[in-house]
Design a protein around this ligand. Structure first.
Ligand code: PEP
Ligand code: MG
Length: 845
């Protein structure tokens, strides 16, 4: 008989009981979600094993959770990989939020269909709220629907429940934690799992605090560190055993002592995979399955000597005109602003006086137009490549592209249209921007190249057309035969050669899950971004134009957290007039509206992004040179003009001005003085808010000094990472290491937030990190108030905020700052996501 503190779980189905250890899916067999049982069903109606409320039922009908009034939560999952059936074969009998009685029918399923189309019909019943249980029957053999199977100790003892005397609680001796980073996610998960094996109530104590030892999140919230004194206590039948076992586990490092053994596995796996998986850097996200087709360029035969300077000059001039017309046509039919901008830049290269002078000089020496043009473009491209700037090296690719376009016209070589079949994945040493823009997206699913970087024009174009792409692949990729089946997983930067059926079906399941998640996020995009425990976060947009601002506001952005004003200044020969600036800013301000923030960042150009009309000396280390606010203070006329133009939007929106690359307080003081003077000159009583970007480590370290002088901070994690780790942010070979999840960057973010909050100021993050779903719990936990993200990511980031509890986020953020690498931080966050947010294998609803 169940006592008043016990709850019995009845069999939801008839069938054969199977131990979870035998379930061929590690998510279940390792009890990642919770402990419980598995039934291979002989009936086809899933019934409620307990009374309670339906806390979740998947739209596809294959999984359902019931929460009892005591807080006990039980998940039932029908079959393995049944999410892929997309609801086929399942009929839901209840709705989310509905109260159900024990034994009530929850889901009907077509057992024959599911058995034929899914991996298995094995059905799981798991206690996901962590209570221990004892068996009411032998844990194997046949069971009938409604038969009592498990007996649970009630999770939340209500105040009426008889309390067990304190004296019955057993305490261990205190011991010092041996884990270098305390009980961070991995050892905490090991400890919680071990604790769940006991029926006793178990607690982990640190000083005055205690945590439910069966809860990963609670353990992490204790925020333990190396050498902390901790104790285990337990209350219940197997308390003594629990205390002894768990104390031993703690002393042994909760599995961390085994890292040497564990570390072998990935290495071996990597070796085994080396033949089948090639890795590069994600240039454009997404994943596709298709057939590899190699693109090779014909070798162009070029005669050195020409038919006389007059004829060759004319030949070159005609080719340049034709190339210009072709590029204009490409601009006219471009599907995005980004694409059009690239061809405009190519047109400008055709007029570049230095290139033309070099070519003309060679023609005068008697060389052919083709020879002269090729020599001029190739030598300039080589120069770009050798200047040590990744950005210029990538622009060399543009020059080579224009070079070949003109060369083919001189030689009369017709552009050969690529004959491609549907389902093609292109493999190439390098794709030119023209080739990329000309790809038939009906047939080409994606591409992988040896050359190129994540910021190359090819990458920008791929993103604009939504083509998944990887660059920086190893040269051995070019040995791949045409027609080979490949799986291009750009999200992970991986190209899987000849994927086996299992890899394909895993990919399909993931792909389907992503599709459904995306659909759901879009549908909820306009809802507020509030954590489960009610903490509101601003999710705003990073934009660089009016059209982008309009798109952002349409997909649920609550303002603009970063307007990159450079777009008004680059690629032109004169500074924009004040009127032009005023009209652009005010159009954007109107699009944002009076109830949202618009954060306009002042001009962020310099060394690596030179302005044609601002003569500057060339710099050996442009990223460490006259950039951002430094350039603006050196050219105060530019900054004052921009301030005046921005001030034209006062009253149209909640206007904020933000200064980039600030390192010294004096820079902020000077800029503020100029802003005040300009506002005074315009007779403006009301000043916009003034803040700075935190992207130089010096500013983060001295955030407490800056905080009293600003209205807000916005952390530019792209630059903050490159300066903290001393890694060029555009370097294709360092791309995977220059990771904003590095604990050093996280500590700087924490410093910044703490300093700002101590002075009542808000902090945003506008670097690319804020657009990563994995970073959401981390940044929230670090105390960030606003996430400014790229426009397409707005719905996903808002959805990610809604999935977490701020308290949990704080615990995980505290933990990961103690880890040793970005990889470890990412792994801990993934684990955290699996253990909390992504607990269900199917997250599609
Ligand atoms: C940053 O550095 O993170 C940032 C947002 O600025 P940008 O990428 O424009 O340099
Ligand atoms: Mg920056």
């Amino acid at each position: 008989m169940a006592t008043s503190q016990q709850l019995q779980l009845l069999a939801p189905l008839s069938g054969v009981l199977i131990s979870l250890d035998q379930v061929p899916d590690p998510v279940f067999s390792r009890r990642v979600i919770g402990d419980g049982l598995c039934i291979d069903p002989t009936s086809s109606t899933l019934c409620a094993p307990l009374a309670g409320v339906v806390s979740n039922v998947q739209a596809s009908g294959h999984a359902i959770s019931i929460t009892a009034d005591t807080g006990v939560q039980v998940l039932m999952h029908i079959g393995l990989d049944t999410v892929n059936l997309g609801g086929q074969g399942f009929t839901r009998q209840v709705e989310e939020g509905q109260r159900v009685e024990v034994g009530q029918a929850l889901i009907e399923f077509d057992a024959d269909y599911v058995a034929l189309h899914a991996r298995s019909l094995m059905t799981l019943m798991l206690v996901v709220s962590g209570e221990s249980f004892s068996w009411c029957v032998s844990p194997s053999g046949l069971v009938e629907t409604g038969q009592a199977l498990l007996s649970l100790a009630s999770a939340t003892a209500s105040s009426e429940e008889p309390l067990i005397a304190e004296g019955q609680r057993l305490f261990s001796q205190s011991l010092k934690l041996p884990n270098p980073n305390g009980l961070h996610a991995r050892p905490a998960a090991v400890f919680a799992q071990a604790a769940k094996a006991f029926s006793a109530k178990i607690y982990l104590h640190k000083q005055q605090s205690e945590a439910n030892a069966k809860s990963l999140v609670a353990i992490m919230a204790l925020q333990t560190a190396f050498g902390d004194s901790v104790q285990v206590s337990a209350l219940g039948d197997d308390a003594e055993d629990a205390v002894n076992t768990l104390t031993r586990l703690l002393a042994e490092g909760c599995g961390e002592a085994l890292t040497a053994v564990v570390a072998v596995a990935p290495v071996e796996r990597a070796e085994a995979e080396a033949l089948t998986v090639l890795r590069g850097v994600c240039a454009s996200p997404g994943s596709v399955l298709g057939t590899a087709v190699q693109i090779t360029e014909p070798t162009l035969e070029v005669k050195e000597f020409g038919a006389g300077a007059h004829i060759e000059r004319e030949t070159l001039a005609n080719a340049l005109i034709e190339a210009d017309m072709a590029l204009q046509h490409l601009r006219d039919i471009a599907i995005s602003e980004a694409q059009a901008e690239i061809f405009k830049a190519h047109q400008e290269l055709l007029e570049d006086p230095s290139l033309l002078d070099q070519a003309q000089a060679l023609i005068v020496e008697g060389k052919s137009a083709a020879f002269a043009w090729r020599a001029a473009t190739e030598s300039t491209a080589t120069l770009f490549q050798q200047l040590g700037s990744a950005l210029l090296a990538e622009r060399a690719a543009d020059l080579a592209d224009v070079g070949v376009r003109v060369l083919k016209l001189i030689l009369g070589v017709r552009e050969r249209a690529l004959e491609l079949h549907a389902g093609t994945i292109l493999i190439a040493d390098q794709l030119t921007p023209s080739q990329t823009a000309g790809l038939d997206t009906e047939k080409v699913l994606g591409f992988a190249t040896v050359g190129g970087g994540a910021t190359s024009h090819v990458a920008i174009l791929a993103r604009a057309c939504g083509l998944p792409a990887i660059c920086g692949m190893p040269g051995q990729m070019l040995a791949l035969a045409n027609g080979a089946q490949v799986l291009l997983d750009a999200d992970r930067g991986e190209l899987h050669l000849h994927p086996d059926p299992e890899a394909i079906s895993q990919w399909q399941a993931r792909h389907e899950q992503q599709r459904q998640r995306h659909h759901h996020e879009q549908a909820q995009a306009t809802q507020a971004a509030c954590t489960r425990d009610g903490h509101h976060i601003e999710v705003t947009a990073n934009v660089a134009s009016l059209s982008e601002t309009e798109r952002a506001m349409a997909v649920g952005s609550t303002g603009v957290g970063l307007l990159r004003s450079e777009f008004l200044y680059l690629d032109r020969n004169h500074a924009p007039t004040r009127d032009e600036q005023v009209s652009t800013y005010s159009a954007i301000a109107r699009a944002v509206g009076p109830s949202h923030n618009l954060v306009v960042r002042t001009l962020d150009v310099g060394g690596d992004k030179p302005l044609a009309y601002v003569p500057m000396d060339s710099e050996t280390n442009p990223f460490l040179g006259l950039r951002g606010i430094r350039l603006c203070l050196a050219r105060p006329d530019l900054l004052r003009e921009q301030f005046r133009a921005i001030l034209g939007s006062v009253g149209l929106t909640r206007l904020h001005i933000m200064l980039p690359m600030v390192t010294q307080l004096a820079e902020l003081r000077l800029a503020r003085q100029m802003l005040e003077e300009e506002a005074l000159a315009l007779n403006l009583g009301q000043l916009p808010k003034l803040g700075i970007m935190i992207e130089v480590p010096a500013a983060a370290l001295m955030a407490d000094v800056f905080a009293p002088h600003v209205d807000f901070f916005s952390i530019g994690t792209n630059d903050l990472t490159q300066y903290t780790l001393a890694m060029d942010r555009d370097h294709p070979r360092l791309a995977s290491q220059a990771d904003s999840f590095h604990p050093s960057v996280l500590r700087l973010i924490a410093l910044t937030v703490n300093a700002a909050h101590a002075h009542g100021k808000w902090v945003g993050v506008c670097g690319a990190m804020a657009s990563e779903r994995l970073a959401v719990p981390l940044l929230l936990g670090l105390g960030v108030d606003e996430l400014s993200v790229s426009v397409p990511q707005i719905p996903a980031i808002k959805a990610a905020v809604r999935e977490v509890d701020l308290l949990d986020c704080k615990a995980i953020a505290e933990q990961v700052q103690g880890l040793e690498s970005a990889e470890e931080v990412r792994e801990a966050l993934r684990l955290y996501q699996e253990a909390t947010v992504d607990t269900l294998p199917a997250l599609e609803n």
